[in-house]
Design a protein around this ligand. Structure first.
Ligand SMILES: [Zn+2]
Length: 85
């Protein structure tokens, strides 16, 4: 089974529909067993929907750049849910 980190790495491709069948199967198997990754996927979906709802000509280049950096980081960071401080 794939680790959470591997799954997070695949999230963007999964959402784009770019994952090959066997990878998508492994992804879905992990999702079925790992609630934190499901939450992370939901968050990412919502963020992407928000980004898509913005019209590019209304977003200053600087904000677009920051958004891209944020999304890039978000898809590379493993979920931190359940960790006690
Ligand atoms: Zn996971």
């Amino acid at each position: 089974m794939k680790s959470c980190k591997e799954i997070i790495d695949l999230l963007s491709e999964y959402l784009e529909g770019d994952l090959p069948g066997d990878e998508a199967g492994a992804f879905e198997t992990h999702m079925a067993l790992c609630p934190p990754c499901v939450d992370f996927l939901e968050n990412l979906k919502q963020t992407r929907a928000l980004v898509r709802s913005l019209r590019c000509d209304e977003v200053p280049p600087e904000v677009q750049r920051q958004l891209r950096t944020f999304l890039d980081r978000a898809t590379k960071r493993p979920p931190k849910r359940g960790k006690r401080t």
